[in-house]
Design a protein around this ligand. Structure first.
Ligand SMILES: NC(=O)c1ccc[n+]([C@@H]2O[C@H](COP(=O)([O-])OP(=O)(O)OC[C@H]3O[C@@H](n4cnc5c(N)ncnc54)[C@H](OP(=O)(O)O)[C@@H]3O)[C@@H](O)[C@H]2O)c1
Length: 271
């Protein structure tokens, strides 16, 4: 992609202190966006990402917030707008769930997986759309009134992108919490895309196959070897493989993509 198609835009990427979120943050900054970098434990890593964004000539704020905690998640949006003045792009990237066999999966762990993943995506998308609406000079109540009166929907704009995985469609030992949560995220995105599309707000999902991040330690070596063998391109994905696609969805070239789930797996799903 040439130039800075995200100039003047502000992006919030949850879990952007490392891994895929970090790569998305840096790619968006390369394309001209200012970025809110979110972490929950590793402030130092988040600060380093912010420094890299600043060295690309963009603004960055670092915000500690736990997406599994509703109050903390809502504060993340408030502090993004306080720090960077607006919000145009929300990427729900951070994911967390305990690993266990399905038959042993504890209800409290399952509830946590749903709270930390699909529920945090839902709340985040609602917060993002409320901010997008306010930036258009309207409140959600005024928007409801316009829709109920059958008037032409105003252009609100903004991009909402969730990171899912190809995990829901394959058996991966121990992965049931994340897999179920990721399947729910894809459905949620389709519902949001339908409801928000009329306002020019797009909602899409990017689903990665196995990507080489610290997360890989949760999977046995044998499974990793199998993934590489079964991937036509002969390797695991890198965070940048996903980041470019996510950043593209935030650009004007992707205006007409809405409600999609783009699979980025090097062809692993072909067999
Ligand atoms: N790796 C893969 O193979 C793969 C494949 C497909 C999809 N994905 C998806 O891609 C996304 C990123 O995965 P990843 O492998 O890069 O690493 P990850 O372990 O999911 O996330 C790392 C990032 O999330 C932050 N984080 C963790 N829990 C958080 C919480 N409760 N609240 C806020 N931030 C939190 C971490 O912050 P700290 O640094 O402070 O801990 C860090 O910035 C996830 O949605 C994952 O499911 C991954």
């Amino acid at each position: 992609m040439i130039g800075k198609p995200l100039a003047g835009k502000v992006a919030l990427i949850t879990g952007s202190s490392r891994g895929i979120g970090r790569a998305i943050a840096l790619r968006m900054a390369e394309l001209g966006a200012d970025v809110a970098v979110n972490f929950v434990r590793q402030r130092q890593k988040a600060e380093e990402v912010a420094e890299q964004i600043q060295s690309l000539g963009q603004r960055a704020v670092v915000i500690k917030a736990n997406v599994a905690d509703e109050e903390s998640l809502r504060r993340l949006f408030r502090e993004t707008v306080e720090g960077l003045g607006r919000l145009d792009i929300f990427v729900a990237n951070a994911a967390i769930a305990p690993f266990a066999r399905t038959i042993d999966y504890k209800p409290k762990h399952f509830e946590f997986a749903m709270r930390a993943n699909p529920l945090s995506f839902l709340i985040g998308a609602q917060e993002a759309f409320r901010i997008f609406t306010q930036q258009s000079g309207l409140t959600l109540e005024e928007l409801d009134r316009i829709v109920e009166a059958g008037e032409k929907p105003p252009h609100i704009g903004g991009r909402i992108i969730a990171i899912s995985s190809t995990g829901p469609w394959h058996y991966i030992p121990g992965y049931v919490g994340v897999a179920t949560a990721k399947a729910a995220i894809i459905t949620l995105a389709r519902y949001l895309a339908y409801e928000l599309g009329r306002f020019g707000t797009t909602v899409n999902v990017v689903s990665g196959g196995p990507i080489e991040t610290e997360n890989m330690k949760f999977f046995p070596e044998e499974i990793r070897r199998q993934w590489i063998k079964n991937t036509p391109m002969g390797r695991l994905g890198q965070p940048t493989d996903l980041a470019g696609v996510v950043a593209f969805l935030a650009t004007p070239d992707a205006d007409w993509i809405n409600g999609e789930n783009i699979i980025v797996d090097g062809g692993l799903g072909l067999i």
